[in-house]
Design a protein around this ligand. Structure first.
Ligand SMILES: Nc1nc2c(ncn2[C@@H]2O[C@H](COP(=O)(O)OP(=O)(O)OP(=O)(O)O)[C@@H](O)[C@H]2O)c(=O)[nH]1
Ligand SMILES: [Mg+2]
Ligand SMILES: [Zn+2]
Length: 362
């Protein structure tokens, strides 16, 4: 088995391990998440582990618990089949989103990725607004995005050409790879993104062909692939858990279940990176307080009128910005509340101490 140093355990993590100074614990990388346990790749084995009680109690949010891709320290005795995860090492990159539903919580989909393949199929409506959302998610998470457009065999060459043109307009600097499962050369070209020690994840809607690509790169049919519903061409959510695989060439690949919904979490410049053209136009707008709707001389309005900027792209930019601003307000509100509680607790401790001192004449 390859040592973890060839599986993404870089000096960034080694330093953290040194600082923790817990030599009796095993180092591992989370390669699978099952309902009741994690699968952990250590230097010489794949073991099962659960969370230590301390870790479970101290985590306030799901994002503070391990997910696939994470490096962890595990208390593990080979005599017992199950280890206990005691430390989660700080991530250098992560894909996160807001958990679907009413309440606000951050979900980390996968961590410590170098590259993310955003997979879309050419035969279904290419949803450019959704691709923009994925790009923001990748840039926010400090991960290099690549766009993979699958199922070339199901559309005409003109349609392929047209789709590339549309996608190129919204992702000027992002690599675009066109594939089809019956064209092995097209799939092989994905190997360019799989250098030794690198971790790559595939994300996208159900049925676009993520597991098909994973199987090709693995050279084995390990992941099940599912049929498409003929009625609406939608996938059936065949893959249900995230799994990290080791490839012969030394890279790791993470297949994920199709995402139904991607709501952004707090941003880290991802919107500005994705919409660099709009940021540039905004800085060129000569009005300080412009609504960018109709002002004479407004750089945005002019760009939309001249066809340089797609109005739908601008609308999506505004929407994603609002979404993240809302998120940021909500999080800082939460922190404020947390601080208040903390102060309440501290002042109570202080009062208790004073009482104690007085009572005991100290
Ligand atoms: N014609 C054609 N079919 C493809 C291609 N790639 C994948 N498929 C088919 O599309 C269906 C869905 O593929 P999967 O690989 O299971 O899709 P997935 O993205 O993993 O889907 P989930 O696991 O549900 O998220 C399967 O029937 C595949 O055989 C392609 O390039 N061309
Ligand atoms: Mg799948
Ligand atoms: Zn303006």
């Amino acid at each position: 088995m390859k040592p973890l140093t060839q599986m993404g355990l870089t000096p960034y993590f080694q330093k953290q391990i040194q600082e923790l100074d817990r030599l009796t614990l095993a180092v591992g990388r989370v390669v699978g998440e099952q309902r009741n346990y994690y699968e952990i790749r250590t230097n010489d084995d794949i073991i099962r582990a659960t969370l230590s009680g301390k870790m479970r109690n101290e985590a306030c949010e799901q994002s503070q618990l391990p997910c696939v891709g994470d490096f962890v320290l595990v208390d593990y005795n080979p005599l017992y089949a199950l280890g206990s995860i005691s430390h989660l090492l700080k991530r250098f990159s992560s894909l996160k989103r807001k958990v679907a539903g009413e309440y606000t919580a951050e979900q980390v989909i996968a961590s410590n990725l170098d590259t993310v393949m955003i997979v879309n199929s050419l035969n279904r409506d290419l949803n450019l607004r959704r691709i923009e959302r994925y790009l923001v998610m990748a840039f926010d998470g400090m991960i290099k995005p690549i766009l993979v457009l699958t199922k070339k065999d199901l559309v005409s060459p003109e349609q392929v050409h047209e789709s590339i043109k549309k996608v190129r307009e919204i992702a000027a600097d992002v690599d675009i790879v066109i594939t089809s499962s019956d064209d092995l050369d097209s799939l092989s070209s994905l190997n360019n993104y799989l250098g030794p020690g690198q971790t790559l994840a595939l994300i996208g809607s159900s049925g676009v062909g993520k597991s098909t690509i994973t199987n090709f790169l693995l050279g084995e049919n390990i992941q099940s692939t599912g049929d498409i519903r003929y009625t609406d061409d939608k996938g059936k959510h065949t893959t249900t858990s995230r799994k990290l695989f080791e490839l012969a060439g030394g890279a790791m690949i993470l297949d994920t279940p199709g995402l139904r919904e991607i709501q952004l979490w707090e941003g880290d410049g991802g919107v500005d990176t994705t919409f660099g053209d709009i940021i540039h136009l905004l800085s060129a707008c000569k009005y300080q307080d412009c609504n960018h709707l109709s002002n004479e001389g407004c750089a945005i309005t002019e760009a939309i009128d001249s066809g340089e900027l797609d109005q739908k792209r601008f609308k999506n930019f505004q929407k994603l910005k609002r979404e993240q601003e809302y998120m940021e307000r909500k999080i800082s509100g939460k922190n404020k509340k947390g601080k208040k509680e903390e102060w309440k607790k501290r002042s109570k401790e202080c009062r208790d101490r004073t009482k104690f001192l007085r009572k005991n004449d100290l």
